[in-house]
Structures are given as structure tokens and as C-alpha cells.
Design a protein around this ligand. Structure first.
Ligand code: AMP
Length: 400
């Protein structure tokens, strides 16, 4: 089955066309500056890459451009858009409505709209992407795959904040967690790599990228995760602070005479490793600066690694043990030094890193010593594949 995977942002749209029978990626690309002017980058297996400025007044125009690229005689991979059997959408927030992926119908669209206050930046863009596909592709079945769904198995003791309870019952304020598609994928791959059923494994998944979260996956189900009501909770990230003492907010707001929007801008855009280092949100820049002796770049790396180390400990405690730890996403898959630093001192928990095996990037492999009681793994994430496979499964189910 050919599935078009769509990840729609407010002015961007990422896409992949996948053949789910073979798990083959046929084409992928990115539309940017939608509604401003417009540009597209497109690549397809066995074809030259394509890049152009193309006016895209809205997301429907962007989808139209994507379809034209997919059937393009020189750069395309299909003869006719009717070969696309289904569309899978990444949707950020499904609240408590959705614990798994779902075929999109009117009731689902209404629920997605109800989720907008919980993800005001992301869900409207996702909805726009769905509407654009409907407008351009008509009755092709569409499926929503949620970032939050995998964490719906968190027990109440893990998702309830210690606030007046009415904020949960009346206002839906609770820990939701994000990166769920990634945590789900890498935990399932880890079980395959370990040659054991996921139903007997306690796994800690570390999704470390520009945004970062650590989850505890017990017997295949998420039971703890570091992101919360919003993706601002938990670990320090590229530009996000992660958890801070909430008393700091009022203190800074009074000090700088700023309102809550400006405060949140500081927490979301000016904090994290960028805030500490004053240099960059990109760990490659920090590594380079630290190697040249920049103390604040080193401090940013130290703070980040220390917090990830602590999270591995607390995720293990949440499950009463640990069989495997997985590193994924940009930093987790690529940074040999950061993995080593994060795991330093965790031998007491049975985590023994093989420093030679750790010299690996973006490859699915075990990097612990052969006799390490806990397996340490690098597993490149593939959220688009999960979206395509979920979509194919749901759409095949419709035909039965
Ligand atoms: P992601 O959000 O998963 O795309 O991850 C992006 C982040 O991965 C970048 O901002 C970098 O900080 C980080 N990254 C990518 N490659 C490397 C590398 N070779 N070493 C350290 N960090 C890296």
C-alpha cells in the first residue's frame, strides 16, 4: 500500500511517500514558507533532487505541489495520484480522546478541534493539513497518528500534577507526554534487537534531539515520561528550559517587567543549552566550543547530560528495574561523547558501555559490553514509518 505521510506545521509541510508492504521510502520533501511565498525541496529514490521557489498561498496549494512532484515525469515516483491509497497525518495532541491512531471522520475532526487549547501552536496546523488533503485528494482515507497517544497508558500517579484536582477534571490539566510515536517505535525495535518479547522488558527510551524526553516503557506500555502538559516539561532542550521551579517565573517577570507571554518566550526559545551556553542550541556547536575551552558550552553539556542521567535513574525506579536503555533522535543517535557522559557512573545499575561499540552513529546496534546486565542500544527513530504502518493497518481493516 502507498501511504503519503504528512507532518503539517503552521507554514511548513513535511511529506514522505512510503510503500508499506516493503517499508520502502519512495519520496520525501519539505514545503516551506507556505502563505508567505513558498519553496519546495523534494527527493525520490533513483531521481535527482529538486529544489524550487513555488508560490503556495495555503496548505491546499502545498499539497497540490507535493502531488505534482510525486507524479512528475522526471522527479516523481508514481504515474497517477490515484496510486496513493491513504494519507497518514502526524497530529501533536490527542488529549484523552485518543490512545491509538484513528481513521479521520467528522467526529475525530471535532475532537481534534477540542484539543486546540491544549496545543494552540500545533493542532491548528495539523487540522489545516488534514483539510487541505481532503480538499485536494477527496475521499482518500486519512488517518491521524498522535504524539500523545502512546503515553495514554501512564497510571494516574504518573500523570496527575499536585494541583487542585479540579484542574484535571474540569480543565484537562495533566501530564500527556510527547514524542510517543518515537518512544513506541524504538522500544519495539529494542525488543527485536534483544531477541526478547517486549511484554517482559523494562526499557528506558531516551529521545534526545532538539526536543528531548525520556520514557519508562514497562512490558510495552509507557508508564512514565518526562514531558508533561506541554513539551516544555522535563529535560533541558535546545532552547527550552525543561522543568524549573515555577516560583522563578514571577521573580523574573517582576525583575524584567514582562508579561507571561514574554516569560514563556524566554522559557521556550531562549533557555535550554542555548540559554546556558549563550552560543547555540545545536550540540555540534557546543561540542566544538567546549573543545576550544569555552566553559559555558561545557556547562550546558554537563547540565544536559546530568539531567538525562537522573531521568534514566528515575524512569528505572518507576518500573522497579531496567533491562535496556535506548538512545534515539539527533543527539542520541549521533553523539558518541554525550552518550558516554550520560552513562558515566551508571554501572551500579548494571549499565556497562562498550566504548569501542559506542563509536557509532545512526545505526541500530547494541553498544553495551557483552556481559552488561542491562543492554544499551542506539536505535534511529522512524516516526514516519510508524505513521505509514498504522495508516496501512487501519485502512486495510476497513476493507475487511
Ligand atoms: P532532532 O531534533 O532529532 O532532529 O535532533 C537535532 C539535533 O541533533 C541538532 O540540534 C543537534 O544538536 C543534534 N545533533 C545532530 N548531529 C549531531 C552530532 N553529530 N553530534 C551531536 N549532536 C548532533
Amino acid at each position: 500500500m502507498k501511504v503519503l505521510v504528512i507532518n503539517a506545521g503552521s507554514s511548513s509541510l513535511k511529506y514522505q511517500l512510503m510503500e508499506t508492504d516493503t517499508k520502502e521510502l519512495l519520496a520525501k520533501g519539505l514545503c516551506e514558507r507556505i502563505g508567505i511565498d513558498g519553496s519546495i525541496k523534494h527527493s525520490a529514490s533513483g531521481k535527482d533532487d529538486y529544489k524550487a521557489d513555488i508560490t503556495m498561498p495555503d496548505h491546499s496549494a502545498a499539497i497540490g505541489t507535493v502531488l505534482k512532484m510525486l507524479v512528475h515525469p522526471k522527479y516523481g515516483v508514481i504515474k497517477d495520484t490515484s496510486e496513493i491509497n491513504a494519507v497518514g497525518h502526524r497530529v501533536v495532541h490527542g488529549a484523552e480522546f485518543f490512545a491509538s491512531s484513528v481513521l479521520i471522520d467528522d467526529a475525530v475532526m471535532n475532537a481534534l478541534k477540542e484539543c486546540i487549547p491544549l496545543a494552540p501552536l500545533h493542532n491548528p496546523a495539523n487540522i489545516t493539513g488534514i483539510n487541505a488533503c481532503k480538499a485536494v485528494m477527496g475521499d482518500v482515507p486519512q488517518v491521524a497518528v498522535f504524539d500523545t497517544a502512546f503515553h495514554q497508558t501512564l497510571p494516574p500517579k504518573a500523570f496527575i500534577y499536585a494541583l487542585p484536582y479540579k484542574y484535571y477534571t474540569e480543565d484537562k490539566i495533566r501530564r500527556y507526554g510527547f514524542h510517543g510515536t518515537s518512544h513506541r517505535y524504538v522500544s519495539q525495535r529494542a525488543a527485536v534487537l534483544m531477541g526478547r518479547p517486549i511484554e517482559e522488558l523494562k526499557l528506558v527510551t531516551c529521545h534526545l534531539g532538539n526536543g528531548s524526553s525520556v520514557s519508562a516503557i514497562k512490558y510495552g506500555k509507557s508508564v512514565e515520561t518526562s514531558m508533561g502538559f506541554t513539551p516544555l516539561d522535563g529535560l533541558p532542550m535546545g532552547t527550552r528550559s525543561g522543568s524549573v521551579d515555577s516560583g522563578i517565573l514571577e521573580y523574573i517577570m517582576n525583575l524584567e517587567h514582562i508579561d507571561i507571554h514574554q516569560m514563556l518566550n524566554i522559557l521556550n526559545k531562549q533557555s535550554g543549552v542555548l540559554g546556558i551556553s549563550g552560543i547555540s542550541s545545536d550540540f555540534r556547536d557546543l561540542d566544538e566550543a567546549a573543545a576550544k575551552g569555552n566553559a559555558r558550552a561545557q556547562l550546558a553539556i554537563d547540565v544536559f547530560c546530568y539531567k538525562v542521567t537522573k531521568r534514566i535513574g528515575s524512569a528505572s525506579a518507576a518500573m522497579g528495574g531496567i533491562d535496556g536503555v535506548i538512545f534515539t533522535a539527533g543527539v542520541g543517535e549521533n553523539s558518541i561523547d554525550l552518550r558516554e557522559k550520560i552513562l558515566e557512573g551508571l554501572e551500579f545499575m548494571g549499565l556497562y558501555l562498550d566504548k569501542e561499540k559506542n563509536k557509532v552513529r545512526c545505526k541500530e546496534t547494541i553498544i553495551s559490553t557483552d556481559d552488561s546486565p542491562v543492554k544499551i542500544m542506539v536505535i534511529p527513530t522512524n516516526e514516519e514509518l510508524v505513521i505509514a504502518m498504522d495508516t496501512a493497518e487501519i485502512v486495510k481493516g476497513l476493507k475487511k
